[in-house]
Design a protein around this ligand. Structure first.
Ligand SMILES: Nc1nc2c(ncn2[C@@H]2O[C@H](COP(=O)(O)OP(=O)(O)O)[C@@H](O)[C@H]2O)c(=O)[nH]1
Ligand SMILES: [Mg+2]
Length: 249
């Protein structure tokens, strides 16, 4: 049986219910074993709560779960830590509020088995946003990633927190990751494209927002534009080279 890793970054999340639902879904996928890796950056009281939710999660016999203490230096750093610790043939990075339905896990696994290196969920462009500011940030990033980073209109949503990767590839990319904030998805896709990997996209209807966002928009506005430039310049100067050299299927 092949192992699949599910990395979930958390910041002040109530994980009990999401983990119960996830376990209920995964127990039916008996062809696979799963390791859930929660990388937590919560403040201390939530951290204790989150740790307890992971240890008390009602897990089926094909699922294991571990709680990893994050360094509180950003979502990208947390996802990197989880990916580097993962052992799965395939690795998912999924937000705790599941922006795509859980059954996409099976669809994504099928595409990876058929040869895709990365599978991403893309929310339709015309969706509702929690605030005008979030809409502006999203549209700004769309323009920047298409015009500056990829110089193509291939992606309409690089930021959906539901992605799956070939394990060997993403562990290698994560080791070379230079951003610690929210632009890590963009960095993974940029490196994968540079080394000619196959990226599949699945269009989804955006899930309704069930709770206030954990993302600090003002912090993103200060940091993300610089991170996007750093990724592009690093790539153009020959960084990320070992992502193609070390990668093996
Ligand atoms: N470990 C960690 N997780 C984070 C951080 N910021 C956000 N998250 C997690 O990232 C995921 C996406 O956050 P969410 O609030 O749903 O973002 P939004 O949907 O873009 O508004 C959730 O699982 C959050 O708990 C962070 O700094 N560290
Ligand atoms: Mg969300």
């Amino acid at each position: 049986m092949q192992l699949v890793s599910l990395v979930i970054p958390t910041l002040n999340e109530d994980l009990a219910e999401p983990l119960r639902k996830l376990s209920e879904y995964l127990r039916h996928l008996q062809r696979w074993t799963f390791e859930i890796i929660v990388v937590d950056d919560s403040r201390d009281d939530f951290r204790a709560h989150c740790r307890a939710a992971v240890s008390a999660a009602p897990l089926a016999n094909n699922i294991g779960a571990q709680f990893v203490t994050g360094t509180r230096s950003g979502k990208g750093a947390a996802v990197r830590k989880g990916i580097v610790a993962s052992q799965g043939t395939f690795v998912f990075a999924i937000d705790a509020d599941f922006p795509a339905p859980m059954h996409c896990i099976e669809d994504f696994l099928r595409l990876l088995e058929e040869g895709a290196d990365i599978v991403i969920a893309e929310r339709v462009l015309e969706r509702s946003f929690p605030s005008v500011m979030r809409w502006l940030v999203s549209r700004g990033l769309l323009v920047i990633q298409r015009a500056f980073v990829f110089q193509s209109s291939e992606f309409c949503d690089t930021q959906c927190g539901f992605k799956a990767f070939r394990g060997s590839l993403i562990r290698n990319i994560a080791l070379q990751q230079i951003v610690t904030g929210g632009m890590y998805d963009l960095e993974y896709l940029y490196v994968a494209r540079r080394v000619g990997r196959r990226v599949e996209k699945i269009s989804i209807a955006a899930a309704p927002e069930l709770r206030p966002s954990r993302i600090n928009v003002w912090k993103c506005l200060r940091r993300d534009p610089f991170d996007v430039i750093r990724i592009k310049v690093h790539g153009m100067l020959g960084g990320y080279r070992s992502a193609s050299a070390c990668y093996q299927r």
